[in-house]
Design a protein around this ligand. Sequence first.
Ligand SMILES: C[S@@+](CC[C@H](N)C(=O)[O-])C[C@H]1O[C@@H](n2cnc3c(N)ncnc32)[C@H](O)[C@@H]1O
Length: 218
Amino acid sequence: MKKMKSKFAEKFNHDLQADNYDDEVRDEENPIREGYQNILLWIKSAMPKSGIAIELGCGTGNTTKVIPNTLKKIICVDVSSEMIRVAKKKIKDKKIIFVKDDLLSFLHSYEKKDIDVIVSMYAIHHLTQKEKHKLFQAAYDILKDKGKIIFADLMFKDRRYKKEMIKKYPNLAEDFQAEFLWFIDEESDKLRNLGFIVKEKRFSDLSWVIYGEKKEKE
Ligand SMILES: C[S@@+](CC[C@H](N)C(=O)[O-])C[C@H]1O[C@@H](n2cnc3c(N)ncnc32)[C@H](O)[C@@H]1O
């Protein structure tokens, strides 16, 4: 099978941020971080309590920690060995397997269809829009019927909203250009067309969750 790697995996590898990352995310005065703790609480309540989970871009394990430990297996993927090192210090649970890999490449080469939930927080915006759509397809292919997706990330409602946010947060304009924040309308459409039932939830101007499940085959 052709290896499908995301183009900017090394650019967005967080090796150098690993030691300070957990301090940085506590600063919710920063609009990029606003909503972080509330999203974690929400993910905790929304996660299925059994089955197999994949977490994409697990970083230092803050989301991993809220995944119920009643699950059978949790596979956490990140391109950064340093972020994984910090996560491993915080989390000791034999059910949790950390994998250093590009998240698109990992999902695309996963061969079974036994996944109950794919969760990701603040990571998929490092993929271009085209790559996101490839990731959605790969997610669809490996999830069981009624399998769940929980994608928390930095998002714009639509392209007009992006312009509003650039005006509101001019200091972030460069970040908005360098990264690939989601367009909720376009990405949700893509997911629906693939066969997911999806909803959106807002946590701050920039932090949203797109979540839902794979429709059962008729
Ligand atoms: C902003 S951090 C989020 C970490 C964690 N999910 C959280 O919410 O605290 C983004 C993480 O995604 C990882 N990452 C970025 N691009 C990636 C890719 N293409 N494949 C795998 N991991 C990637 C980075 O190394 C980093 O750990």
